[in-house]
Design a protein around this ligand. Structure first.
Ligand code: F6P
Length: 324
């Protein structure tokens, strides 16, 4: 392998820059050329890239977002699009690719490899933490800290006004952000897609809290939860059924994807990406690097895509106990 390409794809996540830096610096260390494609697969299709060296990534470890930019390329979903990308990789003399992103990115990479036989290593970068084969994805820890900081602020005003707040967090169809930030911020209830609490139990729980003397409450709602009402309808429903509650809604939105990465995410990105380069130089391919039980481990892309990383249901029990 003489030349490695790197790109970031899908929703950006804090720590992607630390990941790019680690790929570029590891390549420099091992005397391997590195080029960075802009806007994920779209940059591969358009041949939009830059040659990178150890100095092109200086001072980016602290920055959120991704200097290579990110996109969800529709064209790459087509055979023609993937052919253009393969032609451009050939023209740029790229021997292997490191793909930083989530499950959509890895699915694209797997098909691309099946059709064009370019060795690929995936690096899990998404705030959602919803990838099999790793305990943590790059960006998850930072997003949790952002969410907890925001909820702490909402709690101040919630308690001053004796209010109930429904706070919607991201995660697509996975409840990792909701579950962990909910416990970290001391939420009353946490609604996640993996376990439907049900409207009756939610009302019971809020009623119980009120009776136990709580004057304000926080309910963290994952955007993909299955309770059957969106967060605004949920607040209205609670107001209708429990008129004592002054319910408000905050949707945290894309603030969760920004910001300087936490030290945990920077170290994770650094460790995963050095290994990704080393695996390619070692002749390995079609793997995803992950962090499992405190070690960097690789699994096949198939394995990473096979099933969703499972939430730890014990966390729901902990949350129930602690919201007594
Ligand atoms: O996958 C990351 C994520 O932030 C999800 O949590 C969310 O559902 C989605 O991306 C939002 O995507 P977009 O930025 O395209 O609105």
């Amino acid at each position: 392998i003489r030349r490695i390409g790197v790109m970031t794809s899908g929703g950006d996540s804090p720590g992607m820059n630390a990941a790019i830096r680690a790929v570029v610096r590891a390549c420099a260390y091992y005397h391997t050329e590195c080029i960075g494609f802009y806007r994920g697969y779209q940059g591969m299709i358009e041949g939009d890239y830059m040659e990178m060296n150890a100095r092109s990534v200086q001072n980016i470890i602290t920055r959120g977002g991704t200097i290579l930019k990110s996109a969800r390329s529709k064209e790459f979903l087509t055979k023609e699009g993937r052919q253009k990308a393969a032609d451009n990789l050939k023209k740029a003399e790229v021997d292997a690719m490191i793909l930083i992103g989530g499950d959509g990115t890895f699915r694209g990479g797997k098909i691309f490899n099946e059709e064009h036989h370019i060795p690929i290593i995936g690096v899990p970068g998404t705030i959602d933490n919803d990838i099999n084969g790793t305990n943590y994805t790059i960006g998850f820890d930072t997003a949790l800290n952002t969410v907890v900081e925001a909820i702490d602020k909402i709690r101040d005003t919630a308690s001053s006004h004796n209010r109930l707040f429904f706070i919607e967090v991201m995660g697509r169809d996975a409840g990792f952000i909701a579950l962990n930030s909910g416990i970290g911020a001391g939420a009353e209830e946490i609604l996640i897609p993996e376990e439907n609490l049900g409207l009756d139990r939610l009302l019971d729980s809020l009623e119980r809290s009120r009776r136990s003397g709580k004057t304000s409450s926080i309910v963290v709602v994952s955007e993909g939860d299955k309770i059957g009402k969106n967060v605004f309808e949920l607040a209205e429903y609670v107001k209708e059924n429990l008129p004592d509650y002054d319910a408000k809604v905050t949707v945290l939105g894309h603030i969760q994807r920004g910001g300087s990465p936490s030290c945990f995410d920077r170290v994770l990105a650094s460790r995963l990406c050095v290994r990704a380069v080393e695996l390619l130089l070692d002749g390995q391919k079609n793997l995803m690097v992950g962090f499992v039980n405190n070690r960097v481990e690789a699994c096949s892309l198939d394995q990473a895509l096979k099933s969703k990383h499972k939430i730890n249901k014990d966390l729901l029990r902990i949350s129930d106990i602690l919201s007594t």
